[in-house]
Design a protein around this ligand. Structure first.
Ligand SMILES: [Zn+2]
Length: 670
């Protein structure tokens, strides 16, 4: 038997009576399930029900548009104000409801449940980050690289015999694979956690695609001042006679044993007021302050005629004498990607021929350089505009080819703008007063853009087509950063090495032999378990009591400045998840109250001094809170027999949209 999660405020007395459903990701889900479940949606494992074959199939296409992070409160507000006419039209034609997200309410987790119908215990993604049990280091959770290990050593070179393989860590079969197995043709574009691509009619991979350095997005800053900082690759340059000669470092030389990075040459010189002239690997261009360049193709020479292709965009923040030049992460060139980013592999190139070059990295929106104050609000929004136009062109290119029964596209720009500009929307955010007019209007603008794309999509659909629009979660403000590892230290669950000051960096001064719990990622706490963690001390018989003790104390954790509760719920892993992957889940999952989020330092295993502090960074909105606070949205162009209870039920909804008898029976009943 499992128990209900630890809660600060029980909203209704019913909570006390509810059994908990291990497979359902939130309390909201439990309530809705008890109230509404007729069994029709109960089986959502994704793989059990057959997709209709050609004879039984409903005529027309099913088109699924995802808008990451679109919030039901904001959609309602702006529909009521007449700002979202196409969302309103769709709601009137079919349905609009809020849609319970996963626990935690994080995009990779929720889009994986969307794809597979599974809970995180089944698909294995619990956070952006997981931890290495041996080193306690945070590790990217979405994809991992398996080195082939086999190398040929000769002439001082170390030649890999077969390339390293990138593995999508999501477990389970996505619904588009099942649709294809049933003879449907599926086009899936830029859905998060789809790298490497699945072998279907058409796929362009989304979140998970690395840059040419193998990272999730390393940009470079050239500046006459020293701008080196956290996660910033800064190159300090000194002009000689008004000219800078430098290089743009690329990937490590793939053939040498102790390799240096490959480089391409770059020169930068003044070109009149507020302008610079740049020559980068043979491409000449002039940039004005605030401007973005077109794509600049690069070729990193390896040996003989072998080169590694990549491409970048440049943005001039400041001209000489105080030069600040931003160079985007080096993206795989879709015309010749060093690893396949599409299915079939040649689709990425064909697409580039039809719509032009486009961002290929999994998360191209430059949230970090805006957060670090390197680029401006305006530059960020200009970049979002460019990416949005590319994604729009991809969607319409596929819709217009009309060769797929199922089309699934996710736009993440709604999420990325909401993260960076919530300070403009929320009058209680510490940065609200200083937010520009542009910042205040940015989220309404991106919702308007989503509405515009929705309208153009609806105009392209035939009467027999079905349209489903959803988001993976909603949003709220991120006003205060919570240093959860500091809290664990203060409560005696985490210990510092004797005689050493506490440090901000990666658990560097943690005494593991006296530490019982630690936080990594945005919602998790792990016990330092004997036999599991390398230096674990918590014994099996202590687990239950320790979890209860930590949970109870977290529910008493109040903001030292305001007395407001910081944590609404604490979930035990066994109450939330079921499946083979549970072994990698955190032991406790924290549901923060509105306005609070784990600090960036907490996510990476840092232990800074304060317990809680104002969030003074531009990343000012978030959704890594108690999931019932941030449901997503669901719109359908057709009526539903009963509400859809969670994002996990989308595979079943999409399957049913192809079943002729189901739509026939609904037509009769109307
Ligand atoms: Zn997000």
């Amino acid at each position: 038997m499992t128990s209900h999660p630890f809660r600060r405020q029980r909203r209704t007395a019913a909570f006390l009576l509810l059994p908990s459903f291990p497979l359902i990701a939130s309390i909201y889900g439990v309530i809705v399930c008890l109230l509404l479940s007729s069994g029709a949606w109960a089986d959502t494992s994704g793989g059990l029900k057959a997709w209709p074959d050609r004879d039984e199939r409903q005529e027309g296409r099913t088109v699924v548009l995802g808008f990451d992070g679109v919030d039901p409160k904001l959609v309602q507000r702006w529909m009521d104000a007449g700002r979202l006419p196409n969302f309103k039209r769709l709601a009137e034609q079919g349905t609009f409801q809020s849609l319970a997200t996963t626990n935690p309410a994080q995009s990779p987790v929720a889009w994986s449940s969307f794809a597979t119908g599974g809970n995180p215990g089944a698909h294995g993604l619990f956070d952006f980050l997981r931890r290495d049990k041996k080193t306690y280091a945070p590790v990217y959770a979405i994809a991992s690289v398996e080195e082939s290990g086999r190398k040929l050593e000769m002439f001082g070179l170390s030649i890999p015999l077969s390339a390293a393989r990138v593995v999508n860590r999501r477990v389970g079969k996505p619904f588009w694979m099942e649709a294809e197995a049933a003879g449907l043709r599926a086009s899936v574009l830029r859905v998060p956690v789809t790298f490497p691509s699945d072998d279907i009619t058409r796929m362009l991979s989304g979140m998970g695609v690395p840059d040419l350095l193998g990272t999730q997005g390393t940009f470079t800053i050239y500046s006459t001042e020293d701008l080196a900082g956290e996660n910033v690759r800064a190159v300090k340059v000194t002009p000689v006679a008004g000219r800078v000669e430098t290089v743009l470092e690329g990937p490590l030389h793939p053939l040498y044993k102790n390799p240096d990075p490959l480089t391409v040459p770059m020169t930068i010189e003044a070109a009149g007021l507020d302008q610079v002239r740049i020559e980068l690997d043979g491409t000449e261009l002039t940039l004005s302050v605030g401007g973005w360049s077109d794509w600049v193709p690069l070729s990193y020479d390896v040996a003989w005629v072998i080169g590694v292709p990549g491409m970048v965009r440049l943005h001039l923040v400041q001209a000489f004498p105080n030069l600040v030049l931003y160079v985007s992460p080096i993206q795989l060139d879709p015309r010749d990607p060093v690893q396949a980013i599409s299915a079939p592999p040649g689709y990425a190139k064909k697409l580039a021929k039809r719509i032009g070059l486009y961002h290929t990295i999994g998360m191209p929106e430059e949230t970090w350089s805006l957060n670090e104050g390197i680029i401006s609000d305006q530059a960020y929004l200009d970049m979002v505009r460019t990416i949005l136009a590319e994604r729009e062109a991809m969607l319409f290119d596929t819709l217009d080819q009309d060769d797929s029964d199922l089309v699934v596209v996710v736009f993440v720009q709604t999420d990325r703008v909401s993260h960076m500009f919530y300070r403009g929307l929320d009058s209680e955010h510490p940065l609200h007063e200083s937010a520009s007019e542009e910042a205040r209007g940015a989220i309404e603008w991106i919702y308007g853009e989503a509405d515009r794309i929705l309208g153009k999509t609806m105009d392209r659909l035939a009467p027999t087509d079905r349209l489903i629009v959803l988001s993976d979660h909603g949003f709220n403000s991120f006003r205060r950063s919570v240093h959860l590892n500091r809290w664990l230290v203060e409560k005696g669950y985490m210990a510092s090495k004797p005689g050493q000051p506490d440090s901000e960096s990666l658990f560097s001064n943690v005494n593991w032999t006296r530490t019982r719990a630690y936080a990594i990622g945005l919602n998790g706490i792990y016990l330092n378990l004997k036999g599991r963690e390398r230096l674990g001390i918590v014994r099996a018989q202590q687990i239950e009591q320790l979890k209860r003790e930590i949970a109870e104390q977290l529910l008493d954790f109040v903001d030292p400045d305001t007395g407001a509760p910081i944590v609404l719920t604490v979930y035990k892993v066994e109450d939330l998840y079921a499946g083979d992957e549970v072994k990698d889940a955190p032991d406790l999952i924290i549901g923060y109250a509105e306005g609070y989020r784990a600090s960036w330092q907490t996510a990476l295993g840092g232990v800074p001094a304060p317990l809680v502090e104002d969030n003074l960074r531009k990343w000012s909105g978030d959704h890594c809170v108690e999931p019932t606070l941030v449901p997503g949205v669901l719109f359908t162009s057709f009526p539903l027999d009963s509400p859809v209870q969670s994002i996990r039920e989308l595979p079943e909804l999409i399957r049913q949209s192809f079943v002729k008898s189901r739509l026939d029976s609904r037509a009769v009943s109307q």
